[in-house]
Design a protein around this ligand. Structure first.
Ligand code: FAD
Length: 308
């Protein structure tokens, strides 16, 4: 059922998330992926930052290369867990010096051995405090995390929304959600966010599930639920990556198309550093490569820029 037909739009915008590669081989694969995905003209791309800064150098190197070799607007993720304000600020300044003007500002998770999160004695208290700190360093375009099913540390869904509001009020321009698998999860969350007075864009984070076991583990930690139908879909496929791939694309495309029908126009795709799944999603959402768009225009076929 279409919730609000007036909202349906052809204007689709995508952003892509990558993780910094560990080996030369993975680095080559990532740049091949980036080359292919550039054709989708993403609104921005982002590079994750490993727990407590464990990928600090690799994240920065990837961002530098993006700034030097592409025209893609790039965002560096940055967490404040386990670091003093001075250490976190230094990383933000490195991003700025590398030409990076966008940051995804995050608190990060406490190391497993520590249990519950506690701020560093000289650190930022939480992501909202980090956002406020970043606005004092430079005119960054800041994004933050949102949790359609609430963050596990949150005492209630209302407190979680209050926390999101604090991050936006501190200077973030948009939020990107944790992954979810039912369109209603996101749509209900949006209703609650708008009712709470949050007007900033909240972009759904789309995760194509290629490795069900890993996602199941991760979902447990981050408070996302795995629907029974999804578990059934991957039953018996542990040793069959090719079939899992096809199902991953189908499930992610189905979720995106359902959201699109409800008027959602922006999608943040967790690419897993691979091009095919993301290209399939973009293509099904109606995006075409810049090359094809130009060809259609020059042949006077009267095609809309992002027509299907
Ligand atoms: P916060 O918004 O600060 O807080 C999380 C929750 O804790 C809140 O929802 C709130 O309920 C509670 N809380 C916060 N402050 C207070 C307070 N002062 N008093 C009471 N309760 C409070 N992790 C990485 O390590 N690297 C990454 O690159 C990375 N990228 C991510 C990208 C996206 C789009 C998302 C959704 C998550 C990402 N994460 C990443 C995971 C993130 O670091 C964890 O989810 C972390 O546990 C919370 O970070 P946050 O920024 O949402 O924290």
């Amino acid at each position: 059922m279409i919730r609000n037909p007036a909202l349906i739009s052809d204007r689709i915008r995508v952003s892509f998330e990558f993780f910094p590669p560990k080996t030369r081989e993975h680095e080559g694969a990532l740049w091949h992926t980036i080359e292919r995905l550039t054709a989708m003209q993403p609104d921005f791309v982002s590079v994750t930052y490993g727990a407590g800064g464990s990928t600090q150098d690799r994240t920065l190197a990837t961002l530098r290369r993006l700034a030097q070799r592409t025209e893609l607007p790039a965002a560096g993720h940055l967490t404040c867990v386990g670091k003093s304000k001075a250490e976190v600020d230094a990383v933000a300044r490195d991003y700025w010096a590398a030409g990076i003007r966008r940051i995804v500002a995050l608190r990060g998770d406490a190391p497993a051995a520590q249990g519950r999160y506690a701020p560093h004695p000289e650190g930022y208290r939480d992501a909202a405090d980090l956002v406020a700190g970043l606005t004092r360093i430079g005119d960054f375009d800041i994004s933050v995390a949102a949790y359609p099913e609430s963050h596990p540390d949150s005492p209630s869904p209302e407190a979680d929304l209050d926390n999101l509001k604090r991050k936006l009020d501190a200077g973030a321009r948009r939020a990107i959600t944790q992954f979810f698998f039912e369109p209603e999860t996101y749509l209900r969350f949006m209703d609650r966010a708008r009712a709470a007075g949050i007007t900033a864009p909240i972009i759904p984070g789309i995760l194509p599930v290629t490795n069900f076991r890993t996602v199941q583990e991760f979902a447990k930690r981050c408070g996302a639920s795995i629907p029974a139908w999804l578990a059934r879909t991957f039953e018996g496929l542990d040793e069959d990556p090719a079939t899992r791939e096809l199902i991953a694309a189908t499930v992610a495309v189905d979720l995106c198309l359902k959201l699109q029908t409800q008027g959602v126009t922006d999608f943040h795709i967790y690419t897993l550093n691979r091009a095919e799944l993301t290209l399939a999603i973009c293509h099904m959402l109606g995006l075409r490569s810049g090359l094809q768009r130009r060809r259609h225009r020059s042949h006077g076929e009267g095609m809309a820029e992002q027509a299907t």
